[in-house]
Structure formats: C-alpha cells, structure tokens
Design a protein around this ligand. Structure first.
Ligand SMILES: Cc1ncc(COP(=O)(O)O)c(C=O)c1O
Length: 503
C-alpha cells in the first residue's frame, strides 16, 4: 500500500474537524477501509507495521492500534501471530459483490416488495401552509395556550410517574381516562361505558374496523362523509354503502332499505355536525336509526369530533348517552380542542369491545405517549382545558357570525350562493350555485386552500337511486382564521368563482 494514498484518504476524512482522539482513530480506520475497498491493498496482504503507519500519518502508535482493533472488529483485518495485521481473504463487502455478478442487469437487482394492498400516496398539498386555509375542521392553533400547557408538561417531567413510563396498560393513562370519563359524564351524559385513549380517533376507527369487519361485510355511511373513516373500513375488505341524506341529515327510510338487503355490520355516523354538511341529526331521526340498528343487529360508530363547538343552544346529547342495547361505539378527539398533532383521541364502548381494542393496540404499538397524556390530564384537572374550550367556543361563534355576515354581503351583491347558518361546528357548507370542478386547483396558486364537494363524495357512480350530486358545494372552515384573513380569503374565492365582485 502506498503511504501517500493512505495519507490522502486520511486527510480527506477531515480528522481535525474534531480534535478528540476518538475521532482520529475512527478516521484512520475509515482511511484504511477505503484503501482496502479500492484494492490499494489486496486481500491477505500484510499491512505496514503500526510504527510505520504512525510515522506516515504523524499520529501516536496507540491511535493506530485503536484503528486496527476497530477494523478487526468489523471483519476487514485479521491478526496473525508473528506476522502482524493482514487484510482478510473475504472482505465484508464480498457478499454484495457476488450478488452483483449474479444479477444480469442493474434492473433485475432492484428488489420489489410485494405490497398486499397499496395505499394512496399522501397528498403533497399541506393545508396549513396556505395563508387562507378554509379547511373545515381546523382549530386556530395560534390561540392554543402553549405557555400554560408548558407548565403542565414540565410538572410532568419534574415528577414523572416512573411506573407508567414503561410499557403496560394499552388503554392509556389512568388519570387521563378518569378526567375524560368524568367530563363525558358531566357534559355529554355518557355513562356505563369503558373508555380508552387512542392515537387520535383515526386509530380507534382503524382498530374497530380490524376487529369487527371482514371481506364481504358492508358498512353503511352517509352519502357525503369523512374519507379517512371510509379508508379504515375499506382496508378490511368491507364494502361501503351510501345512505341518502337531506337537509335533516341521513334518511332513515333509505337506511332501512340498506339494512334490509343484509350484511351491514357497521353504521358510521356524524350525528351532531354531519361531516361535511354540518347538519345536526334531530332526535326523532336518531330514535328511528337506533331502533333500526337494534332490529338488524348493526353496530353504530358515532364520530363526535367537535362536540363542544355548538353555539345557539346546548348540543344534543350523543347517541351513546342513550344506548340500552350497548351497540354504540363512541369516538372523539382532542384534535379540535388542541391540535391534530397532539394525537389524542378516545373510544368509548362496552367493556368486552374495549378489552379487545386494548389487546389489538398492544400488538400494534403498545400505548400512546405517556408524557403527553399526563400533561393533558393535569391541564384538565386544573381547569385549563375547560377555560380554553369556553374561550374558543366564544371565539369560533364570533368567527361563524363574521363569515355569515360576509357571505350575506356577497348575496346582497347578487351572487347565487346559499347556505344554512350552522348551529355548531367549524365550517359552513356553501352552495355556490355553479359547478366547483377545478375550483380548488384555481385557488391553490392564489394561496387559498379549501375543500370542495367532490372530496367528500365517492358515490356518484354507484348503480343506486341516489340523486346525482351536482358538485356545487364547498366547505368553508371559519375557525382557524381571523377576520382579516377570512375577508381576504373569501374575496379571492368569490372573485375566482364569479369574476371581480368586490368592486
Ligand atoms: C369527521 C372527523 N372525525 C375525526 C377527526 C379527527 O381525527 P383524529 O382524532 O384522528 O385527528 C376529524 C378531524 O379532522 C374529523 O373531521
């Protein structure tokens, strides 16, 4: 091996970046490995003595010995009694060289995993990057009391509950379960059920689907709905059946026909604020639907994702609050009360099901992040959570009213838009009076993000008697933006839809 080559390799590895002795011996090992890889020194050839190498590289002999020991440990070099260090006969890279020789073409060497089911690749558009983000369920994260929350987090870290920090009960932190269960009893009248914490309600939807559905089963869903829930159901091989809905929500007569055809295992509902239309399902329809579910033995998944944000009256109690048969699986989330990245959701159901969900979660990921759960529990215990909810409900109500006022002023200018003022939720479902196909794509370059009716509907091609939707609606989230942002954003939307309307 040429002394010069080794020196060049060594100097290129920049051993002086760090002055520590450790970095030096690793850099020397690296330089020697490069020399071996590039056949500057052949397999079985003896290496220069440690003394010579030390001279060549102007380092201490001990540093060379450490580098050689490293190469021995990695299998590049071996020590022979009396003859010193030699390069091994079969280099550690030999295996991959052999494969290279066997492979006929570079392509035939490209490993292809046989994925059983392919997933849609995550969309590149990130709503939160748009200054005018009308995406329907977004809270205003800028208003989250981070300083206050930080103090709960640091308390949690100052006095950690060591036992809970390990693996263990996959149902979640006992103190958070207790806090949420008490809250649900008091505010949503849900009693006599078990609760477990999940990584957002999406995880709950996924686990429930995996436990209750199999290929050939049917899941009844609202005609317009929440695609992530549909995706979880369909992953099991189950088929979605769209049920008609009108201005009062899902239609019980059509639901009865769907149930009567058989094989429906689950009904997925968003009764309080129908997603995406925001309509509240009234009590009489709820009763009819519940009776049908009992009659046909169908479980109901009730997704109550933004319960607190109801403005004109108290929200109707969830279906899970009056469930004598025990067939309602209630899911909800902190994604709207805090932010989606908190990944705290929960599922409430009878004990037999929760036991199974907990067992499933154990296999999937053991449990949710303990520190976050403990901090949220403290936030709830000390009243910060409910104070935040009260503040945000007031704010979102004002923002709803402001958006309504803005939209009415567009109506006054003669635009053919129609909407019902939503009693709650975080969005307005707006009939634009014209096709919205292509609207989203026109708005994105203008810094506006919104979702249009097509994104909530997949059923227009079904051989069913569902009315053909005309795709005229858009969903305008009002919670995440302040008045100036809403004004500017709506101007862009309306100008894009109808030409210049603000002059
Ligand atoms: C209908 C519906 N369900 C559930 C969720 C919440 O999902 P997660 O708790 O997984 O964030 C959302 C949030 O956008 C939603 O709109």
């Amino acid at each position: 091996m040429k002394a010069l080559t080794l020196k060049v390799f060594y100097e290129n590895s920049d051993p002086n970046k760090s002055s520590s002795k450790q970095a030096k011996y690793l850099a020397i090992a690296d330089a020697l490995r490069k020399a071996i890889r590039e056949r500057q020194i052949a397999p079985t050839e003896a290496l220069p003595s440690a003394r010579k190498l030390a001279q060549q590289l102007s380092v201490n002999r001990h540093t060379i010995m450490a580098a050689l020991a490293e190469l021995v440990a990695q299998g590049w070099v071996e020590v022979r009694e009396r003859s010193g260090y030699r390069v091994v006969e079969n280099l550690p890279i030999q295996g991959s060289r052999t494969i290279n020789k066997v492979a006929k073409t570079p392509q035939s060497f490209d490993w292809k995993f046989r994925v059983k089911q392919t997933f849609a690749v995550t969309p590149k558009v990130k709503a939160s990057e748009y200054p005018y983000n009308f995406s329907g369920g977004q809270p205003d994260i800028r208003k989250f009391p981070f300083d206050e929350f930080k103090s709960h987090f640091s308390q949690t870290c100052q006095r950690p509950k060591i036992d809970d920090l390990s693996y263990g009960d996959s149902r979640g932190e006992a103190e958070l379960i207790e806090e949420i269960a008490t809250y649900l009893r008091r505010v949503r009248s849900i009693t006599d059920k078990e609760l477990m914490i999940c990584n957002g309600s999406q995880e709950a939807l996924y686990m429930i689907s995996q436990l209750l559905l199999q290929p050939g089963d049917k899941v009844a869903v609202e005609q317009l709905g929440y695609p992530p829930a549909w995706a979880a159901f369909e992953r099991t091989g189950a088929t979605l059946i769209a049920v008609k809905q009108d201005e009062r929500g899902i239609n019980p007569e059509h639901l009865a026909q769907v149930f009567a055809k058989g094989k429906v295992k689950l009904l997925y509902l968003t009764p309080l604020h129908q997603y995406p239309t925001t309509v509240s399902l009234d009590i009489s329809r709820r009763m009819q639907i519940y009776q049908l579910a009992v009659q046909y033995g169908v479980a109901i998944v009730e997704d109550d994702y933004d319960h607190e944000f109801h403005y004109d009256s108290q929200p109707i109690a969830p279906m899970a609050a009056d469930d004598p048969a025990g067939l309602v699986i209630y899911i909800s989330t902190f994604s709207k009360l805090m932010f989606g990245g908190a990944r705290i959701g929960y599922v409430v159901a009878n004990n037999a099901l929760i036991e199974q969900v907990a067992a499933y979660k154990m296999v999937m990921n053991h449990k949710c992040n303990v520190l976050v759960q403990q901090a949220v529990a403290k936030w709830m215990q000390q009243g910060g959570f409910e104070a935040h909810l009260r503040r945000m409900t007031r704010l979102y109500q004002k923002r709803r009213d402001f958006m309504v006022q803005q939209l009415r002023s567009f109506q006054d200018k003669g635009l053919p838009i129609h909407f019902e003022v939503p009693a709650g939720g975080m969005a307005i479902w707006l009939d634009t009076g014209k096709s919205i196909i292509g609207l989203k794509e026109k708005l994105l370059p203008q810094q506006v993000y919104l979702q249009t009716e097509v994104e909530f509907s997949r059923f227009n091609e079904l051989p069913d008697d569902l009315p053909r939707t005309k795709y005229r609606f858009i969903r305008l989230g009002f919670a995440a933006m302040n008045e100036a942002e809403v004004t500017q954003g709506l101007d862009i939307v309306m100008n894009t839809l109808y030409g210049l309307v603000s002059e």
